[in-house]
Design a protein around this ligand. Structure first.
Ligand SMILES: Cc1cc2nc3c(=O)[nH]c(=O)nc-3n(C[C@H](O)[C@H](O)[C@H](O)COP(=O)(O)O)c2cc1C
Length: 327
């Protein structure tokens, strides 16, 4: 028996899921699946794709799903739909993380510019130029997190910045000497993942990625990075919430994606740094020494300018629609 024809709304919702799946996710695990029922899209976490060693609580998994949720919302509204979102409608997982009900919007017309930003956004780990990100611009990006009840705090104080750089290095060193973390990372990096529609492939990793004092968790790759500018200037934002539960992590992901799409629309590059949040010792130090305990840190973002002349980065692969849709 042949499959029933896909209605106009269903095919638009499939397009929304495809665009949502272009969201960033930890190690490109894409730890989500979706259900489409009439005019409702349901987003679920996929615990089979959780990094059980580096992310035992599922923080990065749910943050990644929050990013997909934000991109689904932007995609749906950019395609001319109106959305209503219920977050954790049945409480903590295993229930859905979100339910998005869509309605045709009066005079809804596609917003091609926003759709293009979703399609063109990448994690570009090549060295930034020495052009600083103006503080007003950074503060404006940080404000994009506010509607989600999340703070995105620019780290412009030199001593805070120095402390954070030390914590990134400390977390990196602790993870690098843990064989279980190393094995898990390697299982998501090229080689093991070659030909798979997920994971981090060597063609998106520059040959040497350390930026200033910030080490990279990934091995050296094959991406050309010719015009490296030794004076690279990175801005840092710390994303923080009042709570530390699935709802806070989902909001973190939504806020991160809002900041990232806003930055990408401005031509700015964003690279998340989650290692210091994955190691309990450095996460606590970040909370107490840098945020003075008033908020819970969830993610660091490194932000800067790529040279205009730089080549387009290949897109990290994504799982096809059939794999992320479930009945
Ligand atoms: C929660 C989260 C944590 C991440 N942590 C890191 C990180 O520590 N280092 C890094 O280089 N990239 C990190 N990334 C970026 C992912 O590796 C990237 O989004 C993924 O490989 C897909 O590539 P794309 O963003 O170019 O589509 C993180 C992304 C998310 C959502």
């Amino acid at each position: 028996m042949s499959a029933p024809p896909v209605s106009g709304l269903t095919s638009t919702l499939h397009k929304v899921v495809e665009l949502a799946s272009l969201a960033p996710s930890v190690h490109n695990t894409q730890p989500w699946w979706w259900r489409v029922r009439q005019n409702v899209l349901e987003l679920h976490a996929d615990p089979d794709r959780q990094l059980l060693v580096a992310d035992p609580e599922g923080r990065n998994m749910v943050i990644s799903c929050g990013a997909a949720l934000h991109q689904a919302e932007v995609a749906a509204t950019s395609l001319g739909l109106r959305t209503e979102i219920e977050r954790l409608p049945e409480g903590d997982p295993p229930g859905p993380l979100a339910r998005i009900t869509v309605h045709p919007a009066p005079q809804g017309t596609p917003d091609e510019d926003r759709l293009r930003v979703i399609e063109e956004r990448r994690t570009d780990r090549r060295r930034f130029t020495s052009w600083p990100v103006p503080p007003t611009r950074l503060a404006a990006l940080g404000r994009l997190a506010t509607p989600y009840g999340v703070r995105a705090i620019p780290l412009d104080d030199v001593s805070d910045r120095y402390r954070v750089e030390l914590l990134v290095s400390r977390a990196h060193a602790l993870q690098a000497r843990d064989p279980r973390v190393r094995a898990e990372l390697e299982s998501w990096v090229d080689g093991k993942r070659l030909g798979q529609p997920d994971g981090v492939h060597l063609d998106v990793l520059p040959p040497s990625q350390s930026s200033g004092d910030l080490p990279s968790r990934f091995p050296d790759g094959t991406l050309e990075d010719v015009d490296r500018d030794l004076g690279g200037s990175d801005a840092l934002l710390v994303i923080a919430t009042m709570g530390d539960d699935a709802r806070s992590w989902l909001a973190t992901g939504e806020a991160m994606a809002a900041v990232w799409l806003g930055a990408a629309a401005d031509g700015l590059s964003v690279v998340p740094l989650s290692q210091p949040l994955e190691v309990p010792e450095t996460r606590l130090a970040l909370q107490h020494d840098v945020l003075e305990t008033v908020a819970v840190p969830q993610l660091l973002l490194r932000i800067g300018w790529q040279p205009i002349s730089r080549s387009t980065l290949p897109r990290s692969p994504r799982r096809p629609l059939e794999e992320v849709l479930r009945p």
